[in-house]
Design a protein around this ligand. Structure first.
Ligand SMILES: [Zn+2]
Length: 112
């Protein structure tokens, strides 16, 4: 194998690496901006950590994004979050998916 061919291969790999890295960096920052976080901060994080930062940002904004959306639209608004209802006996807020109140244990939907 000629040395020149090896050089071209290395340059190609590095170029692809840089493109992937930059893609991760900007995706990271876009995720941050759409979740109301600092664009500049997450560009820096994405720049420093690349794909790892993107994976982290994705997981992080999946968690905090839910909370952000709930604050913006309110409980039971346009979201896929479980509906929150009040326990008929103790008045605590519990997800309607629950069969029984998680605080006092009384049935939430009546027994049939
Ligand atoms: Zn209850």
């Amino acid at each position: 194998m000629a040395p020149a061919a090896v050089d071209v291969k290395i340059i190609a790999i590095i170029s692809v690496g840089i493109v992937v890295w930059l893609f991760c960096m900007y995706t990271c920052a876009e995720l941050a901006r759409s979740n109301g976080q600092s664009y500049g901060l997450w560009v820096t994080i994405g720049f420093l950590t690349g794909p790892f930062g993107l994976a982290f940002a994705w997981a992080y904004f999946r968690l905090t994004g839910e909370r952000h959306r709930r604050m913006r639209y309110g409980v039971g608004g346009k979201s896929d979050l479980p509906e929150i209802i009040q326990c008929p006996r103790c008045g605590q807020s519990v997800p309607s998916a629950f069969e029984c109140c998680q605080f006092c244990g009384s049935p939430l939907h009546g027994r049939r």
